[in-house]
Unconditional design. Structure first.
Length: 455
């Protein structure tokens, strides 16, 4: 595979697509609103297609997440045709055609703003894309996309697929390959490395050799990408149901070391002769595996739970090795993400607290107000979700988990007046202790800041 010609060097002349009957696609699988948008654009003389992920998924027999339209019409022309159209976006304007709760995203063909010359073997300079707002032709629009399988155009009225990038053979063979020269495409936008991992694991595709090599050699560049985009892709991987495979690839490519050096260090070197190092890594992988199983079973972990899964083992390992209290370690690890990646404050704070709360589940149950208030704290469901995942992963504590689940069910039946009384008593107790100079461990304080670290 490694000596296969790059798409732009082979096949049809640039600008002329291979046109193939869309025999594999059933029209009934195509969104009706998207079909309406396409037919109105076409009836008004504008070239228009379904593009991107939906065409890929239709050809693979998967259910597309959304149906995107690309057209030669400019945003104002589109808007004129659709009373329910809203122009959105400042940098690159596109039109949302709105049908009740459902939106068909309709974009004008655009060209790659960098468009490197074919055949140039010069070292690419600084290619990071910062502007992305040049209109173009269908051919240009196909070639600015990331992977060949993501750049097919589908015309439902003609029943045809237009392939400008040799994407159809890759769909058939299950190969993920960049369009154009891989090092150039990853230098332009290193987040494509995460996208490659997402698509390869989700679709069960093999990453083509040159694409993979370029992912490895550009993994370090992820540190230059916009942190919120990176964070969004990481959260998507965590929710994907294939996070185990994705994180193994992240690690193998070097992207994990760039993004989360602490996790990479925790996992250690793969050639480490010490079996303890492998056991340690194994605990991490098993937690990801448990998360995948949970997602397949229909769970929808909150961002706080997802972030906590990412860091739980690293925090606990450091804490066990005498690195200090889990709350402080979790804060050190997770806090930087709040600022750099602009992750929702709520998720970051929640992740820190529920990691710090884990030890409470294994303390013996008593009817103390402190315990009862823990059951009623806002974080309890997420803390328990994390505890369930670790029980599943590490094969211990299922009975403990079920005990807490049962108590939580009962707790919800407690009358509000009784709960308010407990809260008052808890506050008084905590106040007294603090005045005596003891550590703050009132129910309200430790539910809020996770500073209760005994046990
Ligand atoms: P999903 O099913 O996850 O939505 P998708 O393929 O639709 O997958 P999107 O992120 O929704 O992916 O993007 C839509 C399309 O836009 C992609 O199929 C691809 O053609 C193009 N695209 C998205 N991000 C990039 C990028 N970073 N570089 C180049 N092309 C991109
Ligand atoms: Mg999409």
């Amino acid at each position: 595979m490694s000596d296969a010609p790059l798409p732009h060097e082979s096949g049809p002349a640039a600008g002329t697509p291979r046109v193939v009957p869309a025999t594999g696609i059933q029209l009934r699988d195509v969104d009706q609103d998207a079909l309406r948008v396409l037919s109105r654009l076409q009836r008004n003389g504008h070239e228009a297609y379904l593009v991107g992920g939906c065409v890929r998924d239709l050809l693979l027999g998967r259910k597309p997440k959304d149906f995107d339209v690309a057209t030669a019409a400019h945003p104002r022309q589109i808007k004129r045709l659709f009373r329910n159209g809203r122009i959105i976006g400042r940098r690159f304007r596109l039109v949302h055609v709105v049908y009740g709760p459902h939106v068909v995203e309709t974009a004008t063909f655009r060209a790659d703003p960098v468009a490197p010359e074919n055949g140039s073997d010069e070292e690419p300079g600084d290619l990071l894309i910062t502007e992305d707002n040049v209109y173009g032709s269908a051919a240009q629009d196909a070639r600015r996309r990331d992977f060949t399988v993501n750049a097919l155009f589908y015309d439902p009225s003609a029943g045809e697929i237009l392939d400008y990038v040799d994407g159809l053979p890759d769909i058939e063979a299950g190969i993920l390959r960049t369009i154009g020269d891989p090092p150039v495409r990853f230098a332009e936008d290193p987040v494509r490395i995460l996208r490659a991992i997402k698509f390869a694991t989700r679709l069960g595709f093999r990453i083509e050799e040159n694409t993979w090599q370029a992912m490895c050699s550009h993994a370090h560049a992820l540190s230059r990408s916009a942190a919120p985009r990176v964070a969004e892709e990481i959260l998507r991987l965590l929710r994907s149901g294939t996070v185990l495979g994705a994180f193994r690839m992240l690690r193998a490519s070097g992207a994990l070391a760039t993004l989360f050096p602490e996790i990479d260090a925790y996992l250690g070197r793969r050639d480490d002769p010490d079996p303890a190092a492998h056991d340690r890594a194994d605990l991490y992988w098993r937690l990801l595996e448990a998360l995948d199983a949970d997602i397949h079973a229909g769970a929808e972990p909150t961002p706080a739970v997802l972030l906590a899964v990412l860091f739980l083992r690293v925090v606990e390992h450091k804490s066990e090795a005498g690195g200090g209290p889990a709350a402080a370690l979790a804060a050190d690890l997770i806090e930087p993400l709040a600022t750099s990646a602009r992750l929702p404050r709520r998720a970051v704070e929640g992740a820190k607290r529920i990691i710090a709360m884990q030890h409470r589940f294994t303390q013996p149950w008593t009817q103390s107000p402190r315990r009862v208030l823990f059951l009623h704290s806002e974080d309890f469901p997420e803390a328990l979700h994390l505890f369930r995942l670790r029980s599943a992963a590490w094969g211990q504590g299922w009975d403990v988990y079920e005990g807490w689940l049962e108590r939580h069910r009962h707790a919800r039946e407690m009358p509000e007046s009784e709960l308010a009384g407990l809260r008052r008593r808890g506050r008084r107790r905590g106040g007294r202790r603090r005045r005596r100079g003891a550590r703050a461990d009132s129910p309200s304080a430790d539910a809020a800041d996770g500073s209760d670290l005994a046990g």
